[in-house]
Design a protein around this ligand. Structure first.
Ligand code: IPE
Length: 272
């Protein structure tokens, strides 16, 4: 069976998290070219792409408290504002990847997502399956979602990946962020902070006490909750490897796609 890899481009790398609605077009273009080269080198690779919202969705979501529920008219207005902001970034990402030769098909998660108390229960997978069998690259993103207890909420790309992973059993998930994996302290504040090259469910409780939260507005939880989610997922799917890498380091994504177990790629591997 052809290898199946999920790749998330974190909002903190494809946007400037400190400027409202500001994409980083040159970074998105470079990452698109890295993916295009990896696909040319391994035409059999099956890829699902996702991206975060960074300075597009998070600020609006925080203003309306969308993650915590959508109950009144003003919050429903906020709900569609968040959806629109997330989709505006998605358009930029989709067009940039298409221009680089990656055949992405943008799928709007909120068109089919349904949550219960913030947990993603349903998401259409037919389009993802079909895209993969036609050698297209389905492209999803952190979005709003209906919730049968809270009215509405926000779903992160990681939640979408967890949901899809339970059905599609990817071999690998690569999470591309602003920092090179998990560090004992915040490396943007403390340059002497050491990288944690590998984490398994057995070592996680020790590592967790060292890892901090993310520092820009992040309504979906930052690094700690991302790692926690991925630890849970490798416990469910022991053949899965999750690789956290930096999108700032040129060539890191391309290498991670082509040389999965090469620890010199940097970052942090999460595995059983
Ligand atoms: C957040 O998605 C979605 C919205 C705020 C609309 P993610 O959690 O996947 O995004 P990043 O990577 O943290 O920006």
């Amino acid at each position: 069976m052809r290898e199946l890899v999920f790749v998330k481009l974190g909002g903190s790398v494809i946007t400037d998290k400190n400027q409202p609605e500001t994409a980083r077009p040159e970074v998105i273009r470079r990452l698109a070219e890295e993916v295009a080269r990896a696909l040319r080198a391994q035409p059999e690779l099956r890829l699902v792409l996702g991206h975060g919202s960074g300075s597009f969705g998070h600020a609006v979501a925080q203003r309306y408290g969308t993650r915590q529920g959508v109950r009144n008219d003003a919050q429903w207005r906020g709900f569609v504002e968040v959806a629109a902001a997330a989709a505006r970034l998605n358009r930029i990402v989709a067009d940039t990847f298409l221009a680089a030769g990656v055949p992405v098909w943008s799928l709007q998660p909120s068109a089919s997502a349904w949550c219960r108390d913030g947990q993603l229960m349903l998401l259409a997978t037919t389009q993802v399956d079909q895209a993969l069998s036609q050698k297209l690259v389905p492209l999803l993103y952190g979005d709003v979602a209906l919730d049968d207890r809270m009215g509405g909420t926000i779903i992160s790309t990681e939640q979408i990946f967890v949901h899809l992973a339970r059905r599609l059993h990817p071999d690998r998930i690569i999470l591309v962020g602003a920092v090179d994996g998990v560090f004992e302290r915040d490396p943007t504040r403390d340059p002497t902070a050491r990288r944690v090259p590998r984490i398994s469910p057995a070592t996680w409780s020790m590592v967790r006490s060292l890892v901090g939260g993310s520092h820009a507005p992040d309504v979906t939880g930052g690094m700690l909750s991302k790692v926690e989610e991925m630890i849970g997922l490798v416990q469910e799917l022991p053949n899965l490897t999750v690789h956290l890498i930096s999108g700032e380091r040129e060539g890191a994504l391309e290498r991670a796609l082509q040389q999965p177990e090469d620890i010199a790629v940097g970052g942090t591997l999460i595995h059983w």
